[in-house]
Design a protein around this ligand. Structure first.
Ligand code: NAD
Length: 267
């Protein structure tokens, strides 16, 4: 495999499972040194690290809640101290706490906003501060630094019963675009990836149930659920110099879910 990220340093949040785990492994295979953030699943994070090390890569696991300012600052310091450099933030950690609005508790509203949106703010702020101070253009990368947010098709598609999640991902869209507008002239690249339905633990109650899969496939023109690797391939490209001129945009990885499939054959 081409080492497109050779010697670059990446932090992947929420990398103990699902998309974050797959992305961390992909980045390491491309030559990056990877900090594997986790919240509570230490075993999952250690497994990510072990897979990377077994393949000859470099990685370490670090516990931090992405919604906690102090813990995020400490985590970034650990990354800078360990690898003496920093190039790529994959702001991936995210949760769902579903309920219709009239039944949603303030606690579940705040927890999702804190993790999915404030987490993106705290992590990207720490990354951008580093890039502004230390980022080198035309060093090991053509850019001074790269931020990739894990958004969702629900940054665009409303999702009844998941209003906290949709609001966080919708907010993340304009956060990403505004940040990119702020820092593009410093050669810092900021983009999002918006997955559709990818088989991870966040939605396993759906993809483990045949009837629900049948219903879900009606929303996916490409007619299959996504695998974490479908997303990792795109993240890897976005993190590399091959996408150098891509700034402030969202790449949908959704098998066409955002194409209003309800209109297929309609009129
Ligand atoms: P997942 O549940 O496997 O992964 C989420 C990860 O975030 C877990 O490792 C979890 O421990 C971590 N996390 C949760 N709260 C945290 C916190 N406070 N601090 C640090 N880490 C925390 O699910 P996933 O599908 O891999 O989700 C990853 C991202 O992808 C999320 O942002 C999610 O919204 C997004 N996404 C997933 C899908 C999908 O279909 N799987 C679709 C669209 C978007």
């Amino acid at each position: 495999m081409e080492k497109s990220l050779k010697d670059q340093v990446a932090l992947v949040t929420g990398a103990s499972s699902g998309l974050g785990k797959s992305i961390a492994i992909y980045l390491a295979r491309a030559g990056a040194k990877v900090a594997v953030n986790y919240h509570s699943d230490e075993e999952g994070a250690q497994d990510t690290v072990n897979i990377i090390k077994k393949e000859g890569g470099q990685a370490f696991a670090h516990q931090a809640d992405v919604g906690d300012e102090e813990e995020v600052e400490e985590m970034f310091q650990k990354v800078f101290d360990t690898y003496d450099n920093f190039d790529i933030l994959i702001s991936n950690a995210g949760i769902q706490k579903d309920a219709p609005l009239d039944e949603m508790t303030l606690e579940d509203w705040e927890l999702v906003i804190k993790t999915n949106l404030t987490g993106a703010f705290l992590c990207s702020r720490a990354a951008v501060r580093y890039f502004l101070k230390h980022g080198v253009v035309d060093g090991i990368s053509k850019s001074a630094g790269k931020v990739i947010f894990m958004s969702s098709v629900h940054q665009e598609i409303p999702w009844a019963g998941h209003i906290n999640y949709a609001a966080a991902k919708g907010g993340l869209t304009e956060f990403m675009r505004t940040l990119s507008q702020e820092v593009a002239n410093k050669q810092i690249r900021v983009n999002s990836v918006a997955p559709g339905a990818i088989k991870t633990s966040i939605n396993e109650d759906v993809w483990k149930d045949e009837e629900q899969v049948k219903e879900l496939l009606k929303l996916i023109p490409y007619n299959r659920l996504g695998e974490p690797e479908d997303v990792s391939e795109v993240v890897l490209w976005l993190a590399s110099d091959k996408s150098e001129y891509v700034n402030g945009t969202t790449i949908f990885v959704d098998g066409g879910m955002s194409l209003y499939p309800g209109f297929i054959g309609n009129g």
